[in-house]
Design a protein around this ligand. Structure first.
Ligand code: FES
Length: 254
């Protein structure tokens, strides 16, 4: 597609979209409408590996809660530092500019059996119309494991691949070279003075185990159980050295 800024005029005619025509038997959601797009395949370009989209040209995407499936033109055979997903990219206008991430982009095909995905605006989830798999579209502010693309409903077992999205005026750029999926280093919190502060929901018992406490004797254990129930969802905070987090992320990716 590749719409240059010179030729794009804001407010120009909206481009048509094609229905993916997947009827649901699981979730009450339809596959996102299809928009044709291109990946920049010029290695000398600063936009190499990116998909450029002029948001106002697609009413299905321009409104908060809208979503489209970017059907990507086939590239010539060759080796590249990125993969082109077979069904393209699901692009969701998740929220407003002051509630990041405003846009999210994932693979458009469900990891279960490859159906095209859609966005359920009222649930705030990416959903599969075929067998009801669901994935997070909003990351948790406190739990780094609950990130965009995380599978939260079977039968899919794997998380979605998530791509970096950047906005420049009316254009957004989906970068197939930057993988921001759960467990990758790029979706972890920022490094400050060589450490990363990680917060997650935990239990008293789990924290005791982590600190190497031995099994308590009975009266103490009962008191612990009561405290456990009371504080079942306390917030744990831990500073990790950046290298330690990098190693954990790599191990999680396998
Ligand atoms: S193909 Fe998506 S849940 Fe089965």
């Amino acid at each position: 597609m590749s719409i240059s800024r010179r030729t794009f005029v804001k407010g120009s005619l909206a481009l048509p979209v094609v229905s993916a025509a997947v009827s649901g038997c699981g979730n009450d959601v339809s596959a996102a409408p299809i928009v044709d797009a291109e990946v920049n395949d010029d290695p000398s370009s600063s936009n190499y590996g990116k998909i450029e989209i002029a948001v106002p040209r697609y009413p299905d995407l321009d409104a908060v809660g809208g979503a489209v499936m970017l059907r990507l033109a086939e590239l010539s055979p060759g080796t590249r530092p990125f993969d082109v997903p077979p069904l393209g990219v699901l692009l969701v206008h998740r929220s407003t500019a002051d509630d990041a991430p405003e846009f999210i982009a994932t693979r458009a095909d469900c990891p279960h059996q490859g159906c095209p995905l859609g966005y359920n605006k009222s649930a705030g989830l990416i959903e599969c119309p075929c067998h009801a798999s669901r994935f997070l579209a909003t990351p948790s502010a406190t739990d780094p494991t609950m990130c965009v693309g995380k599978v939260v409903h079977l039968p899919a077992q794997d998380n979605l691949t998530v791509y970096e999205v950047k906005r420049l005026g009316d254009f957004i750029y989906v970068n197939l070279q930057v993988d921001q999926s759960c467990g990758t280093a790029s979706n972890l919190p920022a490094v400050v003075n060589g450490t990363i502060t990680v917060r997650w929901r935990c239990t008293v018992a789990a924290e005791r185990r982590r600190h190497g406490h031995r099994q308590a004797r009975r009266p103490q254990r009962q008191a612990d159980d009561r405290a456990h129930r009371r504080e079942h969802h306390q917030l744990c905070v831990r500073d990790l050295h950046a290298q330690e987090v990098h190693d954990l992320a790599r191990a999680r990716r396998g």
